[in-house]
Design a protein around this ligand. Structure first.
Ligand SMILES: Cc1cc2nc3c(=O)[nH]c(=O)nc-3n(C[C@H](O)[C@H](O)[C@H](O)COP(=O)(O)OP(=O)(O)OC[C@H]3O[C@@H](n4cnc5c(N)ncnc54)[C@H](O)[C@@H]3O)c2cc1C
Length: 400
């Protein structure tokens, strides 16, 4: 059975049991897992731009790590990695996401060493397969790395890597549609609320879709969509630039390196991609700005790379792109689950740079909540909305 529906426009009321607002990797994962877990009601995903040109998913570096310090994020990575690994088995050639197995290498100078050692203890206690390397081990293992000012590093030995996020989105969307999920190419411009419930979503064409539940999976527009229902959610876009470089250095065996300066680099094909967060005082709401920030490369990325990997002094920038993080301004972690005052309005947004890797766990969690009114596998309640209301951030030491 397939697939899309025409939004019939002005004055027509249609019905869907579940309205998912946003058809990126998170919204599509929710749709996919609803069917996977046996939900047989109507599910409609509202997506304002089915080209996904500006979606976070299509502009992601799409890497997955196990190196988190909270139980919930670690468990989400464990489940999600297993799910990503299972795709070729489940869907054959149609399950290919270009998965590359490679570890993250988080390096620490003297100022960060104690904190990173403490993180390493936590990784191990949470069951992650992460090694601690002292500087001499590091120098031996990665001879092209300048370790002079480093004390040590953590290296992921399994469960980490990178892939193509757009391919993952296409698989989730395709499989959901095969199982009768409908994608409606319309922007949601209004959400009707009566008492403590969402009753309908309204689209730009003027159509009204009554619904039993609505899911906010609008990515960087998560805060805007929450406001349509009168809810506050501090999730806003923040621009992040990725630079593609070439250099006279083989990237074979190179991990995804996070330098103590915040600069990150990993292999991408036979080239490299690298990035750095802008300084907080230079990180405004970007509006519609998707222009790469080339100053960031000159001021921060290139000097840090040339110091850490001397062979990169001779790098050549090939291209660059920018995308928007869906930044949760409270604590840079996802907001997942129902709003306390609108029990049928669920959040699945705000992951701030780790939403692709956690999309399978988020999709399954939200689907469980819809089916059972509670989580039945991983407990995602630490990511619940209550912390937004009380202003209580999650203490995850490693957010990028
Ligand atoms: C440069 C960069 C690097 C990144 N690197 C990583 C990484 O290495 N690992 C990782 O896990 N994550 C990474 N991320 C973050 C990751 O890409 C996001 O967390 C993830 O894609 C979020 O998925 P989403 O479905 O919530 O958002 P999106 O992909 O943005 O999807 C949301 C969708 O909602 C639609 N929408 C919005 N408002 C409405 C509305 N009112 N009506 C209808 N549709 C609407 C949008 O058109 C969009 O398609 C990176 C992001 C960027 C920008």
């Amino acid at each position: 059975m397939s697939a899309d529906v025409a939004d019939e426009g002005r004055m027509v009321t249609q019905h869907t049991e579940i309205a998912i607002i946003g058809g990126g990797v998170i919204g599509s994962a929710v749709a996919f897992f609803l069917r996977e877990l046996g939900y047989d009601g109507t599910v409609t995903v509202f997506e304002k731009d089915p080209s996904y040109q500006f979606a976070s998913t299509a502009r992601s570096a799409a890497s997955i790590r196990q190196q988190f310090t909270t139980t919930v994020s670690t468990q989400m990575s464990q489940f999600s990695y297993g799910f990503l690994e299972s795709l070729p088995e489940r869907f054959g050639d149609d399950g290919d996401i270009g998965m590359f197995r490679g570890g993250y290498l988080l390096v620490a100078d003297a100022a960060r060493a104690d904190a990173l050692r403490a993180c390493h203890k936590t990784f191990v206690s949470l069951g992650s397969d992460i090694a601690w390397l002292d500087a001499p081990d590091l120098a031996q293992r990665f001879p092209w790395l300048n370790t002079e000012d480093l004390v040590g590093a953590t290296l992921g030995l399994s469960g980490e890597g990178w892939f193509d996020a757009y391919m993952l989105l296409r698989i989730l969307r395709r499989e959901a549609r095969k199982l009768g999920v409908v994608y409606c190419d319309q922007e949601v411009t209004g959400i009707d609320v009566a008492g403590d419930r969402v009753t309908a979503v309204r689209t730009a064409s003027g159509a009204v879709w009554s619904c039993a539940m609505a899911v906010n999976a609008a990515g960087p527009a998560g805060g805007q969509v929450a406001a349509l229902a009168g809810c506050e959610l501090p999730v806003e876009p923040r621009k992040r630039t990725m630079f593609v470089i070439q250099a006279p250095l083989s990237n074979k065996g190179m991990p995804f390196i996070f330098d103590s300066t915040g600069v990150a680099i990993r292999p991408e094909g036979d080239r490299f991609i690298c990035s750095a967060p802008p300084d907080p005082e230079n990180d405004p709401h970007p509006g519609d700005d998707f222009e790469p920030d080339f100053n960031l490369f000159e001021d921060k990325v290139w000097p840090a790379l040339a110091h850490r990997i001397p062979a990169l002094e001779e790098l050549r920038m090939v291209s660059a792109w920018a995308g928007h993080y869906e930044m949760n301004l409270l604590d840079h972690n996802g907001v997942v689950g129902p709003h306390p005052d609108l029990a049928n309005f669920l959040f699945a947004t705000g992951f701030s740079g780790h939403g692709v890797m956690h999309s399978p766990a988020t999709g399954r969690g939200i689907a469980e909540w819809i089916l059972n009114g509670r989580y039945t596998s991983l407990d995602l309640s630490p990511l619940g909305y209550d912390r937004i209301r009380t202003g209580t951030p999650i203490r995850e030491a490693l957010v990028y």
